[in-house]
Design a protein around this ligand. Structure first.
Ligand code: PLP
Length: 427
């Protein structure tokens, strides 16, 4: 057994962590086990995982049904390429996804994570236009404060900020519009409609950009305008999918049926990397023909990995319970968050499904604010793992979290807020 200090020393020598300035970051947390809503550290502490380990873990860590499915599948068929081969878990997951998805999404293309699912959607939209002899459709429309991943295409869609800054010369052509007004989107589509391959949106909740909510009316308006412009609508449900917003998919809040839909994170219950891009038959048909070059010539080594698919199947079996849990968590927020809005450190609160948001300052700059790191530390000291987005403190716990754990989580948040000097300097 390595000691926590030894593990951290070895980590420091060889590991390179995501989204981390190693020169200034505190030492990483040495996590050795996880169960339910809890992470267990090498030094004996346990932390409540208030963010489902980057919005992935859906039901809870180490869910026995998923763990057993993984073990069974690993002993049966661990991996096989998905070009020219197929296997029962992949076909079953595709069938389940088509059954769960909004009407019209009848094809499932597997990949590995949220970024690759979005990259696939972009390439499909682009090539579908070319295959249909509409080569002018080369640009994309995305939304202010959006985030869609870190590969070059997905990064191009994201709000240009500190994340994509160094890569600006590499980015794809993207028109960016706000989420609180349809007029700019209508204007872009009126001017450039025949040049737009797809409009890409995080439906109902923009995640990494600050857990920003939009109205169902706005989402319906986006869908209508996109359809009228002949462009494809891509719903990025990577964060919102599988019950996080209280519905299986967030587009259901608005009754919108996209042409392409990206899912990842919670697909396997959040325990193995697997993603999917769902497409309509019309998109699929655009790739058929005698010429191989019309096909979607894209894939990854681990496309439709059988073990990940088995985990996904087991997770999807648990969805009815997960949706009931999301409703329970939403009811908890509805009772607990409004009184918190009166706290001197809090600017506003909001919630949707299992996503609860405590906003400490309106429109504060993401990196310019020191509130995020201070709150994170204050919560760590109280046994909670959170990653506030600047002044936006949010909770998105595994849906199996108990009522007692939820209450303890918000007790810790209130105690951490009490420690901030009110009124906060950046308000
Ligand atoms: N799309 C959305 C809406 C996301 O929130 C994320 C990640 O947070 C991604 C795409 C990228 O997913 P991944 O980190 O799995 O590549």
């Amino acid at each position: 057994m390595t000691s926590p200090a030894d593990l951290l020393a070895r980590d420091r020598a060889v590991a390179w962590h995501p989204f981390t300035q190693a020169a200034t970051a505190p030492a990483p947390l040495p996590v050795v086990a996880a169960q339910g809503a809890w992470l267990h550290l090498a030094d004996g502490r346990r932390l409540l995982d208030a963010i489902s380990s980057w919005w992935t873990v859906l039901h809870g860590h180490a869910h026995p049904a998923i763990t057993a499915a993984i073990a069974r599948q690993a002993a049966t068929l661990d991996h096989v390429l998905f070009a020219g081969c197929t296997h029962p878990p992949a076909v079953a997951v595709a069938e389940r996804l088509v059954a769960l998805a909004p009407p019209g999404l009848t094809r499932v293309f597997f990949s590995d994570d949220g970024s690759t699912a979005v990259e696939v959607a972009l390439k499909m939209a682009f090539q579908a236009a070319a295959n249909r002899a509409e080569p002018a459709r080369r640009a994309f429309v995305a939304f202010e404060h959006g985030y869609h991943g870190d590969t070059v295409g997905a990064m191009s869609l994201g709000d240009p900020g500190d994340f994509s800054g160094p890569f600006r010369p590499l980015l794809l052509p993207v028109e960016r519009v706000p989420t609180d007004d349809l007029a700019p989107l209508a204007d872009v589509l009126a001017r450039r409609g025949p040049e737009i391959a797809a409009v890409v949106i995080e439906p109902m909740v923009q995640g990494a950009g600050g857990m920003r909510f939009m109205t169902p009316d706005f989402l319906r308006g986006v869908a209508d305008l996109t359809r009228r412009a002949g462009a494809l609508l891509v719903a990025d449900e990577v964060m919102t999918g599988f019950g996080r917003t209280g519905r299986c998919f967030a587009v259901e809040h608005a009754g919108v049926a996209p042409d392409l839909m990206c899912v990842a994170k919670g697909l396997t219950g959040g325990v193995l990397p697997l993603a999917a891009t769902l497409a309509t038959d019309a998109v699929y048909q655009a790739f058929l023909g005698p010429d191989t070059r019309r096909a979607f010539l894209h894939g990854h080594s681990f496309t439709a990995n059988p073990i990940a698919c088995a985990a996904a199947l087991a997770s999807l079996e648990l969805l009815p319970a997960a949706l009931a849990d999301a409703a329970r968590i939403q009811a908890f927020y509805a009772a607990r968050l409004p009184p918190l809005a009166a706290h001197p450190a809090v600017a506003s609160v909001r919630w949707l499904g299992a996503i609860g948001v405590v906003q400490l300052a309106e429109d504060a700059d993401y990196f310019g604010s020191d509130l995020g790191p201070r709150l994170r530390d204050a919560l760590l000291a109280r046994g909670v793992l959170a990653r506030p987005l600047g002044p936006v403190l949010y909770t998105m716990p595994p849906l199996g979290i108990t009522d007692a754990e939820l209450a303890a989580l918000y007790d810790a948040i209130e105690a951490a807020l009490d420690d901030l000097p009110p009124p906060h300097a950046s308000r």
